[in-house]
Design a protein around this ligand. Structure first.
Ligand SMILES: [Zn+2]
Length: 243
């Protein structure tokens, strides 16, 4: 299993230039996918308008295949609020766009597990688009259109807070889950400490002590205890303490 830090480092360069809230959500996406057993890599974050124009020219005025229908300023990437991802293979080097891969063997496609986590964090998925589907693509629009962004509008504080609340709300849930798991463990441990009937190996000692009296009373009147109680009795008995 790859280390989380290694997985985060793989994408670190791609996170610079992202809107701070989107960057935070992206880190969370990497962490939560990792926790689900699906290491991912961010392959694209901010793409400047010049870079977008260059990409748009590919397959049109420049050689190569057409890879985008968006000119500069017509992609959320140009405003640092979109990311593209792919699956990171267990060797930590190779990557995959295989949407059917089930690397964590839980019967669900890893790709869709990542999509589900991203949506819960407030991302919209390019695979949900009606016309041109962009499966590796997530964007966080904050309710602004591309025209808004081109006009220089910035995400409102309220829209940013709504996403931040989502991120911390889930953190609270994670902590709550951990506390619950801890309480279950404590409960199980307490059960082990609760008085039980004597185990087989302590039976003869307990029988002896309930029959034997001292000052008219049985040495052991209520033969209930935990494991260490019985162990002590047996050790003392073997040492001849009750003879
Ligand atoms: Zn994209």
């Amino acid at each position: 299993m790859l280390e989380l830090e290694y997985v985060l480092n793989k994408s670190a360069n791609r996170l610079s230039g992202l809107h701070p809230v989107v960057r935070q959500a992206t880190v969370k996406l990497i962490e939560r996918s990792y926790a689900a057993g699906v290491p991912i890599m961010i392959t694209q974050g901010l793409r400047t308008i010049e870079e977008q124009n260059e990409l748009y020219a590919q397959g049109r005025t420049n050689p190569g295949q057409i890879v985008t229908n968006a000119r500069g300023g017509y992609s959320y990437h140009n405003f640092g609020v979109a990311i593209d991802f792919c699956l990171l293979m267990p060797d930590g080097k190779n990557v995959s766009w295989d949407m059917t891969r089930d690397g964590n063997g839980n019967g669900k496609a890893d790709w869709m597990e990542v999509v589900e986590i991203a949506k819960s964090l407030g991302f919209e998925w390019g695979g949900d688009w009606k016309s041109f589907k962009d499966y590796p693509h997530f964007e966080m629009t904050f309710g602004l259109s591309l025209a808004d962004y081109r006009a220089g509008k910035k995400p409102s504080q309220a829209a940013q807070n709504a996403i931040l609340a989502r991120l911390t709300e889930q953190e609270d849930e994670e902590v709550q889950e951990q506390i619950k798991a801890l309480l279950r463990r404590v409960e199980a441990l307490e059960k082990q400490l609760e008085p039980t009937d004597p185990p087989v190996w302590a039976k003869s000692t307990v029988d002896k002590l309930t029959k034997k009296t001292k000052n008219g009373r049985p040495i052991l009147s209520d033969p209930k205890g935990d494991t260490s109680f019985y162990r002590t009795l047996v050790v003392l008995d073997r040492l001849g303490a009750f003879d």
